[in-house]
Ligand binder design. Structure first.
Ligand SMILES: Cc1cc2nc3c(=O)[nH]c(=O)nc-3n(C[C@H](O)[C@H](O)[C@H](O)COP(=O)(O)OP(=O)(O)OC[C@H]3O[C@@H](n4cnc5c(N)ncnc54)[C@H](O)[C@@H]3O)c2cc1C
Length: 446
């Protein structure tokens, strides 16, 4: 039976009082670190700007451009009418937020004057400065902002069937809001009984690399709360020798996993799954290894969407080439070969990023360079690789992990939030403060 976790009303009141006393500290800190579009002078232009993708990055870019340009034609292309607040998927799959928490309407965030073409981009022609939609509509541009996000390549796992998420112990929180709910039901049933719980992440780049770790900790905590941790084995399959891309964070997670009794198998990448027999097969350094499970959270390999992979825009060599990530300059997010094209959000082929928090820092940089081109005044704005992830380590606690290209830990709230500490305030950030900040970002106000 799946249960929705109800917060103790007394604790909830205390939390709200505390937050009220603290004010909107995280929001204020974040907002104070960059000039908002409203503060920036308006630039007159008749430029045609096309934004491919209306997710976190596309909407943030549209809002910032609309606020800063007068007379420009700004067109957003995306067939999806629902907007997904994806950081909330983990909370839905943890049983602490309803599915509706993650779903809203794209139209609610589109600024006035921005045209929305509700189709998918089917072809990108950077030589001809145009994109073509699925219905064959060609749209010429002076500037293109590529914000298509990434593709979840479930087909890359033999035997995987997304229609069966939530059935027979198989969950996958990345797929959709519905899948997050179904995963919660499957995980909750597992937490009632115990057995073998299997977690892990794909090889290659992925969005929010902390999410698979978080879900391991969350499942561990649910088992403990129900008195069933002793009846369960938890196994985490790491794709490499490390548990996280930033060494100091990897070491902290290793220690926490040891403390919680999570067994780790390194250099194991999910290759196939038998959904009837509940057996997962992993590619290892020496061949393959089978793992039985009673519950598994499948995190698929990720790559650029087909339309981008088939275009001339991806890297042609180096670590980002195989999966089609877009060849942008890591400082400016400007395409290295097509200077009127920018890549922001998950699609950008840069060493860090792939979180909504990264989008918040990438979009103003790309927008400022684009406007600099229009105004004939080069921008000096630089994206430093800022990436962050509130890593939930148990229900009610999280570590706020923030870092840059150089693996330096960044502290947005020195004296309030220490980076590698399991804190209740970081949990509050993840569960209460992040979504309003995210929505402000979509509206160009953060
Ligand atoms: C389970 C999970 C947990 C996460 N947790 C966190 C977290 O705690 N903190 C955090 O900061 N981030 C987190 N993230 C990551 C964050 O959600 C993404 O990094 C962010 O949404 C990236 O923004 P984006 O605009 O690049 O992509 P998206 O927001 O995914 O938007 C891409 C848009 O492009 C559209 N599109 C795709 N193909 C085409 C096409 N051919 N033509 C037109 N449009 C197209 C899609 O319909 C979509 O609307 C999490 C993600 C997941 C899945």
């Amino acid at each position: 039976m799946s249960k929705t976790l109800q917060p103790d009303p007394r604790v909830e009141t205390a939390r709200r009082r505390f937050l009220a006393g603290l004010g909107a500290l995280p929001l204020a800190a974040a907002l104070s670190q960059t000039s908002t579009p409203a503060q920036a002078a308006s630039v007159k232009s008749s430029a045609r700007i096309v934004i491919a993708g209306a997710g976190a990055a596309g909407l943030a870019a549209a809002s910032q451009l609309a606020a800063r340009l007068q007379g420009a034609s700004i067109t957003v292309i995306d067939a999806r009418k629902e907007h997904y607040y994806q950081p909330g998927f983990t909370l839905v799959a943890a049983g602490i937020k309803p599915q509706a928490y993650t779903v809203s309407n794209t139209g609610d965030y589109l600024p006035q004057g921005v045209e929305w073409v509700t189709e998918r981009v089917a072809e990108i022609d950077p030589e001809g400065n145009k994109v073509v939609t699925e219905s064959g509509k060609a749209m010429a541009y002076d500037f293109l902002i590529l914000a298509t996000g990434l593709e979840l390549n479930y087909a890359g796992i033999e035997g995987m069937d997304t229609a069966r998420i939530g059935q027979n112990g198989m969950g996958s929180i990345y797929h959709s809001p519905q899948a997050a709910t179904a995963t919660w039901q499957a995980m909750s049933a597992f937490a009632d009984k115990g057995g073998i719980g299997v977690f892990g992440r794909p090889a290659g780049e992925m969005k929010c690399a902390g999410a698979p770790l978080k879900y391991t900790f969350i499942t561990d905590d649910h088992l403990r709360r129900r008195g069933n941790r002793g009846k369960a084995e938890i196994v985490y399959m790491a794709q490499s020798k490390s548990l996280f891309g930033v060494p100091i964070v990897a070491e902290k997670v290793r220690m926490l996993f040891q403390d919680r009794g999570v067994k780790v198998n390194h250099e194991h990448v999910l290759q196939a799954i038998d959904l009837d027999k509940r057996i997962a097969t992993y590619k290892t350094l020496t061949g393959t290894a089978e793992q039985k499970y009673d519950f598994i959270n499948v995190v698929p390999p990720m790559r650029a969407p087909e339309v981008v992979r088939n275009s001339p825009l991806p890297w042609t060599e180096g670590p980002f080439a195989a999966d089609g990530w877009v060849e942008v300059d890591r400082d400016t997010l400007r395409h290295k070969r097509y200077p009127n094209v920018f890549g922001v959000g998950d699609i950008a082929g840069v060493p860090k990023g792939k979180t909504a928090a990264s989008v918040k820092w990438q979009v103003p940089v790309a927008v400022s360079h684009l406007i600099g081109d229009i105004a004939g005044k080069a921008s000096s704005e630089v994206y430093n690789g800022y990436t962050s992830c509130p890593l939930i380590t148990r229900l009610g606690q999280a570590m706020l992990i923030e870092f840059d290209y150089k693996d330096n830990l960044i502290m947005s709230f020195p004296g309030v939030i220490a980076p590698l500490e399991e804190l209740w305030i970081s949990w509050v950030m993840k569960t209460m403060a992040l979504k309003p900040t995210y929505i402000s970002m979509l509206r160009g106000r953060a």
